[in-house]
Design a protein around this ligand. Structure first.
Ligand SMILES: [Zn+2]
Ligand SMILES: [Zn+2]
Length: 309
């Protein structure tokens, strides 16, 4: 655009010109595209709100490219080592690719947990807050998807994929189209079964016995990353440590203050590409919180706690 800067005023002119031009060219037809893709600069969205109908704005999204660009830029600011850069990138990418809102929340928890491991990562909280506010534009679970008929995945409480010789999924799309493969099955194959993205398996409605056996053997274990390391859950009073006051990993709500009775366990955040990060998980001494274990962790279910005062 030939304008001095990209701001709301100039973008409004641009959008209204576009609207006018379409009207003129197509004889009074309303400019009513499927949606608009733009970047996250807030002036884009403000100008769209001014010029277009609300439903068009709601159908619009920002593109993966800008989110990824932001990941890479932010990654570059991490000073705590290459592993941390990789973890951030992996989790941030997973955040975008989350296809249900519970999956989004769990990935966000993992990211917050990771940020909490080092004071020098605290700046990432601002990044996360900023993108979280706009998640309806870029996260697969929330943004408009014109290729998945009818199914608003953000409203799906829980989708279950059954990987048998004939894979199945409980989502509305698969239920309506039993002779098609839904994205959840594809996702499960890629993420948990280490299937190559060029593999024909991704297109198959059923697997042969040998294909299925091979699949079963390649299941990527996320939670039981068989470490010989004994996990001890310890009931103790929280010590005074530098850095941010941690929240309970279970309820995520309660801050665990110095002196508070709590249960902690040393574990790891484990990502699919086997990148790991040592983390101390802290919980309220409450069975509800203790049952709520992060999916991305190597924690085994809580059975008993040792006492250490
Ligand atoms: Zn599905
Ligand atoms: Zn709690």
């Amino acid at each position: 655009m030939e304008c001095p800067s990209e701001n709301k005023q100039f973008l409004s002119v641009f959008f209204s010109n576009l609207k006018e031009a379409v009207k003129e060219k197509f004889e009074d037809e309303e400019f009513d595209p499927t949606g608009i893709i733009c970047d996250e600069a807030s002036c884009n969205w403000q100008a769209m709100q001014e010029i277009f109908r609300r439903d068009l704005v709601e159908r619009s999204k920002s593109c993966d490219f800008h989110y990824n660009q932001s990941i890479n830029r932010t990654k570059g600011k991490i000073t705590t080592g290459d592993d941390d850069k990789e973890i951030f990138k992996t989790l941030a990418t997973d955040l975008m690719e989350a296809i249900t809102s519970p999956q989004y929340e769990k990935t966000k928890d993992a990211l917050q947990m990771f940020i909490g491991t080092n004071e020098n990562l605290t700046f990432l909280n601002n990044w996360l807050t900023w993108w979280n506010k706009r998640r309806a534009h870029w996260c697969y679970a929330f943004r408009p998807d014109h290729f998945a008929p009818g199914a608003n995945l953000a409203e799906e409480e829980r989708i279950e994929v059954g990987l048998q010789q004939v894979p199945n999924c409980s989502c509305p799309f698969k239920t309506k189209n039993p002779s098609k493969i839904c994205m959840h099955i594809v996702f499960a194959l890629l993420r948990y079964f280490d299937v190559d993205e060029n593999s024909m398996l991704l297109h198959q409605l059923a697997y042969t016995k040998s294909e299925f056996n091979k699949l079963k053997n390649s299941l990527v274990e996320i939670r039981t990353n068989n470490e010989s390391l004994e996990q001890s859950w310890i009931l103790s009073r929280k010590e005074k440590l530098p850095g941010k006051i941690p929240n309970c990993s279970g309820c995520k709500a309660k801050s665990i203050m110095p002196g508070d009775l709590h249960i902690y366990v040393k574990g790891k955040i484990v990502l699919k590409n086997n990148i790991q990060k040592d983390v101390t998980f802290r919980f309220c001494p409450d069975s509800k919180c203790l049952k709520n274990i992060l999916t991305w962790s190597n924690l085994k279910p809580f059975t008993c706690a040792f006492v250490d005062f």
